[in-house]
Design a protein around this ligand. Structure first.
Ligand code: CAA
Length: 260
């Protein structure tokens, strides 16, 4: 993996990778460089045999949004290009072939929340604060927030958050279903890693297939989505992991998945 200036990628040894935004002086704000480096890292990660990816931020923020100072100088054409770049990063993250976990350690505002919403699971530190404050800057969320927030938590709460630009704390994010769980700050990353490890201990091919079917199915009529599910279900029969998983159960022994 290339060396980056504004992000770091730890590939781990257990199939669990961690991607950290490392621009803490600007609260990890997303400028063109961060987005470009994210894009390169995600392309690399997509080709690896990983079981899960954790995304987090260095310092007291997850990501405090798109870089306002950089956006201030942009023309409308440049804003369009910047918006497309942001969307391509969010789509690349959402399109990874393995589960992704947003470990929201602090502020996740604007583009930061949009990046978290592009992950499968969102966990918050008790110190986290989240929101889409863009209307307070005279713009709207531009990296998918107007679309992914409502799909995640329902349109009623999404409209309230977008229209008021409110920043909410972890307890409220949990209450409205934006956070899956809130963990104490001092054990936050350990708790998130426990979730990633639980995922990594399952049949890797099965997890990938389940994820694929759930993501694709959410955009399909139920009948088509259920057809995709049953095809994926039967499609797993020829995998070594399916034979091993069932044999381990019947033999009452620990399972040893090969990911094939
Ligand atoms: N862009 C650029 N710089 C940012 C930033 C951002 N989104 N957020 C924080 N920073 C910078 C600050 O300018 C400051 O830098 P300097 O020391 O050089 O002045 C540094 O990070 C620390 O920030 P603060 O001093 O403001 O820290 P704070 O604790 O007082 O406040 C905060 C923290 C409430 C998160 C506040 O920084 C803030 O409101 N940030 C902006 C949040 C925001 O509006 N995000 C949405 C951006 S628009 C967007 O994301 C559009 C989109 O959808 C694509």
């Amino acid at each position: 993996m290339t060396d980056f200036e504004t992000i770091s990628v730890d590939l781990g040894s257990d199939g669990l990778a961690t991607l950290t935004i490392t621009r803490p002086k600007a609260l990890n704000a997303l400028n063109e460089q961060v987005l470009t480096e994210l894009s390169q890292a995600l392309e690399d990660l997509a080709a690896r045999d990983l079981r899960a990816l954790i995304v987090t931020g260095e310092g007291r923020a997850f990501i405090a949004g798109a870089d306002i100072k950089a956006m201030m100088e942009m023309s409308a054409d440049e804003a369009l290009t910047f918006g497309h770049l942001g969307h391509s990063v969010m789509n690349a993250l959402q399109g990874l072939p393995f589960p992704t976990i947003a470990a929201v350690n602090g502020f996740a505002l604007g583009g930061g929340l949009e990046l978290a919403l592009s992950c499968d699971l969102i966990y918050l530190s008790e110190k986290a604060k989240v929101g889409l404050p863009e209307v307070g800057l005279g713009i709207i969320p531009g990296f998918g927030g107007t679309q992914r927030l409502g799909r995640r938590i329902g349109w009623h709460h999404a409209r309230r958050l977008v229209f008021t630009g409110a920043t909410i704390d972890a307890a409220e994010a949990l209450r409205i279903g934006l956070a899956l769980e809130v963990f104490p700050a001092d054990e936050f990353m350990d708790k998130v890693r426990d979730v990633a490890t639980a995922i990594a201990s399952q049949g890797p091919v099965a997890v990938r297939r389940a994820r694929e079917v759930m993501a694709r199915g959410a955009e399909l009529p139920l009948e088509d989505a259920n057809r995709a599910e049953v095809e994926a279900f039967a499609g797993l029969w020829d995998t070594a992991d399916r034979a091993e998983g069932m044999a381990a159960f019947v033999d009452r022994r620990d399972v040893d998945f090969q990911g094939a």
